[in-house]
Structure formats: C-alpha cells, structure tokens
Design a protein around this ligand. Structure first.
Ligand code: SF4
Ligand code: SF4
Length: 56
C-alpha cells in the first residue's frame, strides 16, 4: 500500500516538506511518491490543495 499522486498535481511542493519519510520527489510531469518508502500516513493528502495524492 502506498499513496499515488495523480495528474491533478500542480507541483506546489506543499506535500514534500510534510512527508515524514521523504518519499515525495519531483517526477517527469508532477510530484511522485516512492512506494517503497511511503508509510501510508496520509499527510500529503491532508496538505494538498487539489487532492492529488490518493490511497491506492
Ligand atoms: Fe509521505 Fe505519508 Fe504521503 Fe506516503 S502518505 S507519501 S509517507 S506523506
Ligand atoms: Fe502536487 Fe498536491 Fe503535492 Fe502540491 S501538495 S505538489 S499539488 S501533490
């Protein structure tokens, strides 16, 4: 289980600082979550202004 950032992401960067495991980094098109280090805490979804991170 991990969160995934969808195409709604506007690359604001708010989720990056809030991730406790530093699992979020810049991807080719938008921010991406490393499924190996994401602990499914939901913090990124809480701070995201557009609801782009979704639990898979
Ligand atoms: Fe980071 Fe938590 Fe979001 Fe996973 S769910 S990417 S651990 S903030
Ligand atoms: Fe993208 Fe949301 Fe993260 Fe901003 S907070 S970079 S819109 S996923």
């Amino acid at each position: 289980m991990a969160y995934v950032i969808n195409d709604e992401c506007i690359n604001c960067g708010a989720c990056v600082a809030g991730c406790p495991t530093e699992a979020i980094s810049e991807g080719d098109v938008h921010m991406e979550i490393n499924a190996d280090t994401c602990i499914d805490c939901g913090a990124c979804a809480d701070v995201c202004p557009v609801g782009a991170p979704k639990a898979e």
